[in-house]
Design a protein around this ligand. Structure first.
Ligand SMILES: Cc1ncc(COP(=O)(O)O)c(C=O)c1O
Length: 367
């Protein structure tokens, strides 16, 4: 299609594996001999039920999700989860512990209390590090009596990531993790979490599907007073079919899961993601200060690499010129400026290498 490859560094909705898009293209008008598109079939048809079933099974295999966890594909994005977790799991509790480490956990923190009488307790505040480092888990001020502890494991905007996956000691409340921008990028032990949720549109598929993985015993907290559409228990009791799920995004997510399996699974992704991130951070750090990333080395995200030149006009030029070279959507988040390269699972190492080549050449011209 294009003479030079196009590399999409968008933070989300983000790059998808080309082979997945080609399969979707070939099945657009006729899915598996049915004569019609997945987009146009009933969510209760055997064909779609099978797509959903296999998507869940493949996700379970990839993440090694234990049997006592339920998997849901909901709508509303990760933002809906900020409130839904409180509605469902804080019932009867006086306190929720909330860890703030950047843009998304700050929003979560501001939203969580809106439909609850529980105190949303600021358990840690990354603002003290100007969102350039992360408060260590050992410093989180959490109480065994809290309903749960909420945190964001990878801050997509500030380019921060808990490099060591947080785990709470025995006797502490369940850990609820927003894993939107890193799910399936590295191995995690699902049993260390009460709930994991993630909008699909970064490391999985198109926007519209939100994956929620819930430890079964927590469902007992879901009061019948919660409207069914917001009630996790209702969704689980109806096998994720309480209402119409986001059928097409689920289908694409299923294709991505198969692709991940064909690539060697999450362990293999972790190896490649580590290499991609190291290569890019090394290029930034060895630029003699031309490119700057101020995130503490131990908290740098392997998914969202932020950098700037220190000159906003040059940053703008970088964004413009890189676009003409097929390096797309590198502009930083609106409140942050600078550049952001999101290097999710579907970004090949060659994309990172092409970016680095351009960075070097740009520096030669303007450095
Ligand atoms: C870590 C994180 N949480 C939450 C969100 C919000 O997701 P959504 O737009 O699906 O509500 C985003 C989106 O970028 C994100 O990166």
């Amino acid at each position: 299609m294009y003479e030079t490859p196009i590399y999409n560094f968008s933070a989300g909705p983000a790059v998808l594996p080309e082979s997945v898009l080609r399969t979707a293209q070939s099945e657009m008008f006729d899915y598996n001999g049915t004569g019609f598109s997945v987009m146009t079939m009933s969510h209760r048809s055997d064909v779609f039920m099978s797509i959903l079933y296999h998507a869940e099974q493949d996700l379970r295999q990839l993440m090694d999700i234990p049997d006592n966890y339920k998997v849901l594909f909901l709508q509303g994005g990760a933002s809906a989860q900020f409130n839904q977790v409180v509605m469902n799991f804080a019932n009867g509790f006086k306190r929720v512990d909330s860890v703030v480490t950047g843009n998304w956990s700050e929003i979560a923190h501001s939203q969580m209390g809106k439909l609850s009488d529980a105190e949303i307790h600021l358990a840690a505040d990354g603002k003290q590090y100007h969102y350039q480092n992360l408060p260590p888990v050992s410093s989180w001020d959490i109480s065994p009596d809290s309903a749960f502890v909420h945190f964001v494991i990878n801050e997509t905007v500030h380019g921060l990531q808990y490099r060591e996956v947080p785990k709470l000691p025995e006797g502490m409340p369940p850990l609820i993790c927003d894993m939107s921008s890193e799910i399936l990028s590295r191995r995690v032990n699902v049993s260390d979490f009460g709930v994991i949720y993630a909008g699909a549109q970064k490391n999985i598929g198109p926007s519209g599907a939100t994956i929620v993985i819930i430890r079964e015993d927590l469902l007992e907290r879901c009061s019948d007073r919660i409207p069914d559409v917001w009630n996790y228990k209702s969704h689980v009791q109806r096998d994720g079919m309480y209402n119409t799920p986001a059928t097409y995004p689920i289908y694409i997510s299923g294709l991505v899961f198969r692709w991940l399996q064909s690539q060697g699974g999450v362990a293999q992704m972790e190896t490649i993601n580590t290499l991609k991130a190291k290569t890019l951070y090394d290029a930034i750090d060895s630029s003699g200060g031309f490119y700057i990333n101020n995130v503490h080395p131990g908290a740098r995200s392997k998914m969202n690499v932020i950098f700037r030149t220190g000159d906003t006009r040059l940053d703008e030029l970088f964004a413009q010129e890189s676009t003409t070279r097929g390096l797309r959507l590198l502009r930083g988040y609106k409140s942050m400026g600078g550049m952001r390269a999101s290097i999710y699972n579907a970004m090949p190492l060659q994309g990172v290498e092409a970016l680095i080549e351009f960075m070097k050449e740009f520096q030669k011209r303007y450095g």
